[in-house]
Design a protein around this ligand. Structure first.
Ligand code: ADP
Length: 262
Protein backbone atom coordinates (compact mmCIF):
# COMPACT_ATOMS: atom_id res chain seq x y z
CA UNK A 1 0.00 0.00 0.00
CA UNK A 2 1.54 3.37 -0.95
CA UNK A 3 2.16 5.63 2.07
CA UNK A 4 -0.46 8.23 0.98
CA UNK A 5 -3.14 5.53 0.67
CA UNK A 6 -2.27 4.28 4.13
CA UNK A 7 -2.81 7.76 5.62
CA UNK A 8 -6.06 8.15 3.65
CA UNK A 9 -7.46 4.77 4.59
CA UNK A 10 -6.12 3.68 7.96
CA UNK A 11 -8.21 1.02 9.73
CA UNK A 12 -9.92 3.74 11.83
CA UNK A 13 -10.70 5.59 8.58
CA UNK A 14 -12.32 2.49 7.11
CA UNK A 15 -14.54 2.20 10.17
CA UNK A 16 -15.40 5.87 9.74
CA UNK A 17 -16.33 5.35 6.10
CA UNK A 18 -18.48 2.36 7.03
CA UNK A 19 -20.24 4.47 9.66
CA UNK A 20 -20.84 7.21 7.09
CA UNK A 21 -22.19 4.66 4.58
CA UNK A 22 -24.55 3.24 7.20
CA UNK A 23 -25.72 6.73 8.10
CA UNK A 24 -26.36 7.52 4.41
CA UNK A 25 -28.28 4.26 4.04
CA UNK A 26 -30.42 5.06 7.10
CA UNK A 27 -31.05 8.57 5.73
CA UNK A 28 -32.03 7.15 2.34
CA UNK A 29 -34.38 4.60 3.96
CA UNK A 30 -36.00 7.36 6.03
CA UNK A 31 -36.53 9.54 2.93
CA UNK A 32 -37.92 6.56 1.06
CA UNK A 33 -40.34 5.77 3.91
CA UNK A 34 -41.46 9.40 4.02
CA UNK A 35 -42.05 9.41 0.26
CA UNK A 36 -44.14 6.24 0.48
CA UNK A 37 -46.14 7.58 3.47
CA UNK A 38 -46.73 10.80 1.55
CA UNK A 39 -48.05 8.96 -1.52
CA UNK A 40 -50.35 6.83 0.64
CA UNK A 41 -51.63 9.93 2.46
CA UNK A 42 -52.17 11.87 -0.76
CA UNK A 43 -54.12 8.98 -2.29
CA UNK A 44 -56.30 8.72 0.80
CA UNK A 45 -56.89 12.48 1.03
CA UNK A 46 -57.84 12.67 -2.66
CA UNK A 47 -60.07 9.65 -2.51
CA UNK A 48 -62.24 10.84 0.38
CA UNK A 49 -63.72 13.95 -1.32
CA UNK A 50 -63.90 12.14 -4.67
CA UNK A 51 -65.94 9.34 -3.09
CA UNK A 52 -68.36 11.92 -1.64
CA UNK A 53 -68.68 13.76 -4.97
CA UNK A 54 -69.32 10.54 -6.80
CA UNK A 55 -71.86 9.39 -4.17
CA UNK A 56 -73.85 12.64 -4.26
CA UNK A 57 -73.83 12.74 -8.08
CA UNK A 58 -74.96 9.11 -8.23
CA UNK A 59 -78.04 9.61 -6.07
CA UNK A 60 -79.02 12.73 -8.01
CA UNK A 61 -78.61 10.80 -11.28
CA UNK A 62 -80.77 7.96 -9.95
CA UNK A 63 -83.51 10.49 -9.26
CA UNK A 64 -83.37 9.75 -5.54
CA UNK A 65 -83.22 13.42 -4.51
CA UNK A 66 -86.36 15.54 -4.33
CA UNK A 67 -86.17 18.58 -6.61
CA UNK A 68 -86.17 20.98 -3.63
CA UNK A 69 -83.08 19.18 -2.24
CA UNK A 70 -81.03 19.25 -5.44
CA UNK A 71 -79.52 22.66 -4.56
CA UNK A 72 -78.33 21.38 -1.18
CA UNK A 73 -76.71 18.33 -2.79
CA UNK A 74 -75.07 20.52 -5.46
CA UNK A 75 -73.70 22.62 -2.58
CA UNK A 76 -72.12 19.51 -1.02
CA UNK A 77 -70.54 18.55 -4.35
CA UNK A 78 -69.20 22.11 -4.73
CA UNK A 79 -67.70 22.09 -1.19
CA UNK A 80 -65.94 18.77 -1.77
CA UNK A 81 -64.63 19.96 -5.15
CA UNK A 82 -63.25 23.11 -3.47
CA UNK A 83 -61.54 20.90 -0.90
CA UNK A 84 -59.91 18.95 -3.72
CA UNK A 85 -58.71 22.16 -5.39
CA UNK A 86 -57.11 23.43 -2.14
CA UNK A 87 -55.50 20.04 -1.58
CA UNK A 88 -54.05 19.84 -5.07
CA UNK A 89 -52.75 23.43 -4.78
CA UNK A 90 -51.07 22.61 -1.45
CA UNK A 91 -49.52 19.43 -2.88
CA UNK A 92 -48.16 21.36 -5.89
CA UNK A 93 -46.73 24.05 -3.61
CA UNK A 94 -44.99 21.41 -1.51
CA UNK A 95 -43.59 19.62 -4.54
CA UNK A 96 -42.11 22.91 -5.85
CA UNK A 97 -40.55 23.47 -2.45
CA UNK A 98 -39.16 19.92 -2.43
CA UNK A 99 -37.38 20.66 -5.67
CA UNK A 100 -35.90 23.70 -3.91
CA UNK A 101 -37.28 26.05 -6.55
CA UNK A 102 -40.40 28.15 -6.03
CA UNK A 103 -41.37 28.20 -9.70
CA UNK A 104 -39.43 30.67 -11.79
CA UNK A 105 -39.36 33.32 -9.09
CA UNK A 106 -36.08 35.06 -8.21
CA UNK A 107 -35.29 36.45 -4.77
CA UNK A 108 -35.86 40.16 -4.47
CA UNK A 109 -36.36 42.73 -1.70
CA UNK A 110 -39.98 42.38 -0.61
CA UNK A 111 -42.03 44.51 1.76
CA UNK A 112 -43.38 41.96 4.24
CA UNK A 113 -45.80 44.48 5.75
CA UNK A 114 -47.44 45.12 2.36
CA UNK A 115 -47.93 41.36 1.90
CA UNK A 116 -49.54 41.18 5.35
CA UNK A 117 -51.89 44.03 4.41
CA UNK A 118 -53.00 42.03 1.38
CA UNK A 119 -53.45 38.78 3.36
CA UNK A 120 -55.39 40.50 6.14
CA UNK A 121 -57.66 42.21 3.59
CA UNK A 122 -58.31 38.93 1.77
CA UNK A 123 -59.13 37.10 5.02
CA UNK A 124 -61.15 39.87 6.67
CA UNK A 125 -64.48 38.52 5.42
CA UNK A 126 -63.74 34.93 6.51
CA UNK A 127 -62.74 36.28 9.94
CA UNK A 128 -65.85 38.45 10.21
CA UNK A 129 -68.09 35.48 9.38
CA UNK A 130 -66.62 33.62 12.33
CA UNK A 131 -66.92 36.67 14.58
CA UNK A 132 -63.15 37.12 14.76
CA UNK A 133 -61.31 40.43 14.68
CA UNK A 134 -58.00 40.58 12.77
CA UNK A 135 -55.50 43.42 13.17
CA UNK A 136 -52.14 44.36 11.67
CA UNK A 137 -49.47 46.48 13.36
CA UNK A 138 -45.78 47.21 12.89
CA UNK A 139 -43.85 48.85 10.10
CA UNK A 140 -42.66 48.34 6.53
CA UNK A 141 -39.75 45.85 6.57
CA UNK A 142 -37.97 44.31 3.62
CA UNK A 143 -36.76 40.73 3.32
CA UNK A 144 -35.02 39.07 0.37
CA UNK A 145 -37.34 36.43 -0.89
CA UNK A 146 -39.84 34.92 -3.26
CA UNK A 147 -43.09 36.87 -3.04
CA UNK A 148 -45.41 33.92 -3.64
CA UNK A 149 -43.79 31.86 -0.89
CA UNK A 150 -43.78 34.71 1.60
CA UNK A 151 -47.48 35.24 0.85
CA UNK A 152 -48.05 31.50 1.48
CA UNK A 153 -46.39 31.75 4.91
CA UNK A 154 -48.52 34.73 5.93
CA UNK A 155 -51.75 33.33 4.48
CA UNK A 156 -51.40 29.88 6.08
CA UNK A 157 -50.54 31.27 9.52
CA UNK A 158 -53.41 33.81 9.45
CA UNK A 159 -55.82 31.22 8.05
CA UNK A 160 -55.00 28.83 10.92
CA UNK A 161 -55.25 31.64 13.50
CA UNK A 162 -58.80 32.30 12.25
CA UNK A 163 -59.81 28.63 11.80
CA UNK A 164 -58.64 27.47 15.23
CA UNK A 165 -59.89 30.52 17.10
CA UNK A 166 -62.72 30.71 19.61
CA UNK A 167 -65.91 32.73 19.56
CA UNK A 168 -65.26 36.50 19.59
CA UNK A 169 -61.56 35.75 19.25
CA UNK A 170 -58.80 37.97 17.96
CA UNK A 171 -55.88 37.55 15.55
CA UNK A 172 -52.97 39.98 15.88
CA UNK A 173 -50.50 40.11 12.99
CA UNK A 174 -47.35 42.20 13.26
CA UNK A 175 -44.16 42.90 11.33
CA UNK A 176 -41.28 44.29 13.39
CA UNK A 177 -37.51 44.58 13.35
CA UNK A 178 -35.53 42.91 16.12
CA UNK A 179 -31.79 43.54 15.70
CA UNK A 180 -30.72 41.94 12.44
CA UNK A 181 -34.04 40.10 12.00
CA UNK A 182 -37.40 40.95 10.54
CA UNK A 183 -40.08 39.24 12.60
CA UNK A 184 -43.52 38.22 11.43
CA UNK A 185 -45.82 37.38 14.35
CA UNK A 186 -49.27 35.83 14.11
CA UNK A 187 -50.97 35.50 17.47
CA UNK A 188 -54.43 34.12 18.17
CA UNK A 189 -56.76 33.64 21.11
CA UNK A 190 -57.75 30.17 19.92
CA UNK A 191 -57.98 26.58 21.08
CA UNK A 192 -54.19 26.13 21.35
CA UNK A 193 -52.02 23.09 20.57
CA UNK A 194 -51.25 20.37 23.17
CA UNK A 195 -47.63 20.67 24.44
CA UNK A 196 -46.52 17.32 23.00
CA UNK A 197 -47.73 18.18 19.51
CA UNK A 198 -46.17 21.56 18.77
CA UNK A 199 -43.44 19.94 16.64
CA UNK A 200 -45.69 17.40 14.96
CA UNK A 201 -48.07 20.01 13.52
CA UNK A 202 -45.34 20.86 10.97
CA UNK A 203 -45.42 17.29 9.59
CA UNK A 204 -47.30 16.62 6.37
CA UNK A 205 -50.94 15.72 6.95
CA UNK A 206 -50.59 15.89 10.74
CA UNK A 207 -53.64 17.34 12.45
CA UNK A 208 -54.29 17.54 16.18
CA UNK A 209 -58.01 16.91 15.73
CA UNK A 210 -58.53 15.28 12.35
CA UNK A 211 -62.30 15.58 12.18
CA UNK A 212 -62.39 19.20 13.43
CA UNK A 213 -59.67 20.24 10.99
CA UNK A 214 -61.45 18.57 8.06
CA UNK A 215 -64.77 20.04 9.05
CA UNK A 216 -63.32 23.55 8.87
CA UNK A 217 -61.52 22.89 5.61
CA UNK A 218 -57.97 21.98 6.64
CA UNK A 219 -55.70 19.86 4.45
CA UNK A 220 -53.01 19.19 7.06
CA UNK A 221 -50.39 20.66 4.72
CA UNK A 222 -50.47 24.36 5.66
CA UNK A 223 -47.78 24.36 8.35
CA UNK A 224 -45.64 21.97 6.35
CA UNK A 225 -45.64 24.55 3.55
CA UNK A 226 -44.81 27.28 6.10
CA UNK A 227 -41.86 25.22 7.39
CA UNK A 228 -40.38 24.63 3.93
CA UNK A 229 -41.02 28.18 2.74
CA UNK A 230 -39.36 29.55 5.91
CA UNK A 231 -36.34 27.27 5.37
CA UNK A 232 -36.07 28.57 1.78
CA UNK A 233 -35.70 32.07 3.26
CA UNK A 234 -33.25 30.95 6.00
CA UNK A 235 -35.92 31.98 8.49
CA UNK A 236 -36.45 30.45 11.93
CA UNK A 237 -39.90 29.51 13.25
CA UNK A 238 -40.90 29.77 16.91
CA UNK A 239 -44.25 28.38 18.05
CA UNK A 240 -45.66 28.94 21.54
CA UNK A 241 -49.06 27.67 22.46
CA UNK A 242 -51.25 27.29 25.50
CA UNK A 243 -54.15 24.89 25.33
CA UNK A 244 -57.45 26.77 25.46
CA UNK A 245 -55.65 30.17 25.51
CA UNK A 246 -54.08 30.62 22.10
CA UNK A 247 -51.07 30.23 19.84
CA UNK A 248 -48.28 32.55 18.75
CA UNK A 249 -46.11 31.80 15.74
CA UNK A 250 -43.04 33.94 15.01
CA UNK A 251 -41.04 33.71 11.79
CA UNK A 252 -37.62 35.37 12.05
CA UNK A 253 -36.20 36.41 8.66
CA UNK A 254 -32.70 37.64 7.99
CA UNK A 255 -32.70 41.34 7.17
CA UNK A 256 -32.66 42.18 3.47
CA UNK A 257 -29.02 42.35 2.26
CA UNK A 258 -29.56 45.92 1.07
CA UNK A 259 -30.73 47.05 4.53
CA UNK A 260 -28.06 45.03 6.29
CA UNK A 261 -25.31 46.93 4.47
CA UNK A 262 -23.75 49.73 6.57
P1 ADP B 1 -54.71 22.26 8.48
O1 ADP B 1 -54.88 22.44 7.02
O2 ADP B 1 -55.37 21.04 9.04
O3 ADP B 1 -55.04 23.50 9.24
P2 ADP B 1 -51.90 22.75 9.12
O4 ADP B 1 -50.68 22.04 8.62
O5 ADP B 1 -52.00 24.21 8.79
O6 ADP B 1 -53.15 21.93 8.64
O7 ADP B 1 -51.93 22.59 10.69
C1 ADP B 1 -51.79 21.29 11.25
C2 ADP B 1 -52.63 21.16 12.51
O8 ADP B 1 -52.10 22.00 13.55
C3 ADP B 1 -54.07 21.62 12.35
O9 ADP B 1 -54.90 20.58 11.84
C4 ADP B 1 -54.45 21.99 13.79
O10 ADP B 1 -54.79 20.82 14.51
C5 ADP B 1 -53.13 22.53 14.35
N1 ADP B 1 -53.02 24.01 14.30
C6 ADP B 1 -52.38 24.75 13.36
N2 ADP B 1 -52.44 26.07 13.64
C7 ADP B 1 -53.13 26.17 14.81
C8 ADP B 1 -53.52 27.28 15.63
N3 ADP B 1 -53.23 28.55 15.33
N4 ADP B 1 -54.20 26.99 16.77
C9 ADP B 1 -54.51 25.72 17.11
N5 ADP B 1 -54.17 24.63 16.37
C10 ADP B 1 -53.48 24.85 15.23
Amino acid sequence: VPPQARTLCPPAGQAGIRRQMEQLKREYEKQDRMRRDFTANVSHELKTPLTSISGYAEIIREGMVKSEDVGRFAGKIYEEAQRLITLVEDILNLSHLDEGAPGQERRQGIDLYALCERAVASLAEAARQRGIAISLTGSRQRVDGAEKLLAEIIFNLCDNAIKYNQENGHVAVSVTREGDRVVLTVQDTGIGIPPGETDRVFERFYRVDKSHSKEIGGTGLGLSIVKHAAAYHDAKIQLDSQLGRGTRVRVLFPLSQREAQP
